[in-house]
Design a protein around this ligand. Structure first.
Ligand code: VAH
Length: 313
């Protein structure tokens, strides 16, 4: 049985649905801080959980006798930068509670890191799996601390912790909230709604990205991988593509010729984006557990526009 925190977020919404399809609806307990009446709440066990409440988390994990914890609840980079102390308390407090629950109940454990775990002094192109990590954002500090804490729980307590460094994730089911890469999701919605988009990230700002189906498969494949083959535990670099705003705009124009792109750079989120890599090297994930991405920018754009045309009708 799997307990998922942050089940109503951009990743959680689709991961819970996918896991229920694979492992059985009753075996995936979705939790979040609120109830939004969505399929995630209705199609299987759902509980209200504030991840900063250690007692409640332990109580739910015991009640359902879970053997796996997928911890997704967190504030993303832009929100965290606006509320750094709230971000520290929620991101790190929630993670410690989830790790402690996993230790006490002997659960397998997954939580994501991010390309945000790298900083301005990290090599920017084909960023290595093992390299300098001096992030200059609270989110990055949370992600590096999280990577180290998850490694510690593995070495010190034998908790089977696993994780990946996600790039920007693009999806059409649940919208992201408070991220820096969210422009790459908004642009598709606006292209369909208005035929134009004003990007808050400037031209030439390359960032790693991935379509949600590849992200979900990565989580499942890593969690099902043979532990003995894992030289790394947490924070595997994974990516599917790297592009700048003008490149995704050009790809959209192939399908919506009148699409217009303009720029109104947001200094706060541009500063965050500028501190991140241009592209990261996913070789370790490919070698240790067979990571592979199916969607590139062209294939993702076809699917995103197709699905959003239906969703936004
Ligand atoms: C964010 N979407 O923008 C998240 C992610 C790599 C980006 O961490 O904060």
């Amino acid at each position: 049985k799997i307990l998922v925190t942050g089940s109503l977020g951009q990743i959680g919404t689709e991961l819970v649905t996918k896991m229920r399809g694979i492992y059985g609806a009753d075996n995936v307990i979705a939790t979040d801080i609120r109830d939004n009446g969505s399929d995630v709440v209705k199609a299987g066990p759902f509980e209200i959980l504030d991840v900063t409440d250690a007692g409640k988390m332990h109580e739910l994990a015991s009640k359902y006798k879970v053997d796996t914890i997928v911890h997704l609840a967190a504030l993303l980079s832009a929100t965290a930068e606006k509320n750094p102390l709230l971000a520290w308390n929620l991101n790190m407090g929630g993670l410690v509670n989830a790790l402690e629950t996993a230790r006490e109940l002997k659960c397998q454990f997954f939580t994501p890191s991010s390309i945000g775990a790298f900083g301005p002094t990290t090599p920017k192109d084909q960023t290595p799996q093992d390299t300098i990590q001096r992030p200059t954002t609270m989110y990055g500090v949370n992600k590096v601390s999280g990577e180290l804490l998850c490694d510690y729980y593995f070495y010190k307590f034998g908790v089977d912790t696993r994780g990946v460094r996600f790039p920007g994730l693009i999806s059409y089911v649940a919208e992201p909230g408070g991220g820096t890469t969210d422009y790459a999701v908004e642009i598709y919605y606006e292209a369909i709604r208005n035929g134009r988009y004003t990007s808050y990230i400037g031209e030439g700002t390359k960032m790693d990205m991935m379509y949600m189906p590849d992200a979900l498969n990565a989580i499942i494949n890593l969690m099902e991988a043979d532990s003995a083959k894992l030289k790394h535990r947490n924070a595997f670099n994974i990516t599917a593509m790297s592009f700048a705003p003008e490149e995704i705009a050009a790809e959209i124009k192939k399908h919506i010729p009148h699409f217009e792109m303009s720029y109104d750079v947001d200094p706060a989120r541009q500063t965050i984006a500028d501190s991140w890599p241009n592209s990261i090297d996913p070789t370790a994930a490919m070698e240790e557990w067979g990571f592979k991405a199916e969607y590139d920018l062209e294939k993702m754009t076809v699917d995103m526009l197709d699905k959003l045309k239906t969703k936004l009708k």
